[in-house]
Design a protein around this ligand. Structure first.
Ligand SMILES: *Cc1c(COP(=O)(O)O)cnc(C)c1O
Length: 472
């Protein structure tokens, strides 16, 4: 039978909407969307016939069945495809694709309180008058850092945008060519600068920028000096700090604000734990830089937000910028951030999951991994190699790019090609398990696995290994 005849057998939209798989799902809110889904499914069936991908000549009942079935699955996925829990066994602590920092139970409770009822978000209950929604986080940030001013916005990209818009919209921002980078795929500095600044003055070269380069930029009209922490090259640590201090001094001399986009938000002095290669916020502030920005959901370990610290008057100017309204942080995030900052204020660092994972003792990690390896011994008889080895992991979120963490890994070795099958099998489980893979091995890092997920992870590993074996 020819294609033309097949095309004539395509059902009308109305006919599919009447189908018993579709009709019961139609209500006041879903009619328009379901009509669109059905039309799309009929259209792709038509394209299938035309392109030859679908065999011509199928009978009309089967065509209707196929189209209505596909549309019914689309409709069902609206409900079933939800953000769901996964087990992160990659060891990457601040995995942007997996939601970055995990929050502790006190912080989650604070979010729940804010979400489930009315709160005194913008009201001073004592006087009954209107007040600032971020007063608590700014008070905590000022107390913790000793800064005169603090401001929170939606994320760190927004913080950079707001600062540049405030200080360089009617002027120019000077930034090193070596720092005009893309960070983590979602933050392209040059594009943000081009949007917010009147002019972008690129200074220096890709690999070297001197103080004199910034001086010339000021002569050319720069109204903001911006330094960005990059993860792309090795000129970090002491060298950077000297430059930052010199830059801060230059800014003071010429009366131009100097901003540092630090990015990862390290309030805890990780240097003292032997984690080098990145500055924490307090020493950065000591350089005399005027404004520092960073994310709240990276090493800081909070919910998604961007934090700006600096002198009272500079921060005040950013707060008064009308743009800040468009970058405003929501009440649930604020409630969570308040609690995380209280943990810092109280010195309760071990209550913050991201920090706890970064600082987890290697010996304890080896013990957890060995425990899991023992429970999986049964599977080893099925031809899987199971070993506990030392390895490395990255913290993630663009932090500590060149200084990976030493970690313990459960290495599961399979025959050639088997590691990809096992990795896929693990992703298909409920909850999905994410691991690292290299060559013929899958690597499981317990550093990013919460204690109460461990049992489930081990069960899922065993199940996935059995599935792979059965399908061989
Ligand atoms: C991560 C990062 C950003 C982007 O921060 P978001 O909170 O993801 O918007 C900007 N600058 C630096 C240096 C970063 O590390």
């Amino acid at each position: 039978m020819d294609r033309k005849a097949s095309l004539k057998k395509l059902p009308s939209v109305e006919r599919v909407l009447e189908d018993e798989r579709i009709a019961p799902r139609i209500n006041m809110m879903s009619r328009r969307g379901i009509t669109r889904i059905v039309r799309g499914r009929i259209e792709s069936y038509r394209e299938g016939i035309v392109s030859g991908g679908i065999e011509a000549g199928v009978d009309s009942a089967l065509i209707l069945e196929s189209i209505a079935g596909a549309a019914a699955r689309d409709i069902e996925s609206m409900v079933s495809d939800r953000q769901r829990r996964v087990i992160n066994a990659t060891g990457v602590i601040l995995h942007t694709n997996l939601g970055r920092a995990v929050l502790d139970s006190a912080t989650v409770s604070a979010v729940l309180v804010a979400a489930s009822g009315y709160t005194d978000l913008e009201m001073d209950i004592e006087s009954g008058s209107r007040t600032d929604r971020s007063r608590r986080v700014t008070a905590l940030l000022r107390a913790i850092t000793g800064c005169g001013g603090a401001l929170v916005v939606n994320n760190n990209a927004a913080a950079v945008l707001l600062a540049v818009d405030t200080f360089a919209r009617d002027g120019a921002v000077a930034v090193s060519r070596g720092e005009l980078v893309e960070i983590g795929g979602s933050f392209r500095l040059p594009e943000i600068l081009a949007r917010a600044a009147g002019r972008v003055i690129e200074v220096g070269t890709t690999n070297r920028t001197h103080l004199g380069d910034y001086e010339r930029a000021i002569d050319e009209g720069a109204t903001l000096l911006l330094k960005v922490h990059t993860s792309n090259y090795r000129v970090v640590g002491y060298t950077d700090e000297v430059l930052l201090a010199a830059l801060a001094e230059l800014g003071k001399k010429r009366n131009i604000p100097v901003m540092y986009d630090q990015g990862s938000g390290i309030l805890y002095p990780v240097e003292s734990e032997g984690l080098e290669g990145e500055e924490s916020i307090l020493p950065v502030l000591d350089t005399g830089v005027d404004i520092v920005s960073f994310s709240a959901d990276k090493v800081l370990g909070g919910p998604q937000a961007g934090i700006l610290l600096g002198e009272t008057d500079l921060v005040g100017k950013m707060r008064d910028n009308h743009m800040s309204r468009a970058l405003r942080i929501d009440k649930m995030t604020l409630a969570g951030l308040e609690q995380v900052l209280v943990h810092y204020w109280n010195g309760e660092f071990d209550r913050i999951p991201a920090l706890r994972m970064i600082l987890e003792d290697q010996g304890a990690l080896v013990a957890r991994t060995r425990g899991a390896a023992k429970k999986l011994e049964g599977e080893a008889h099925n031809g899987f190699g199971i070993e506990v080895i030392e390895g490395e992991t990255s913290i993630g979120g663009g932090s500590f790019p060149i200084n990976p963490l030493r970690t313990a890994l459960l290495q599961i070795t399979l025959t050639a090609g088997g590691s990809q099958r096992l990795e896929r099998e693990l992703r298909r489980l409920d909850p999905p398990v994410l691991v690292r893979i290299r060559g013929d091995s899958v690597f499981v890092d317990f550093r990013t696995v919460h204690a109460d997920e461990e049992e489930m992870l081990i069960e899922n590993l065993a199940a996935a290994m059995r599935n792979v074996k059965e399908r061989e």
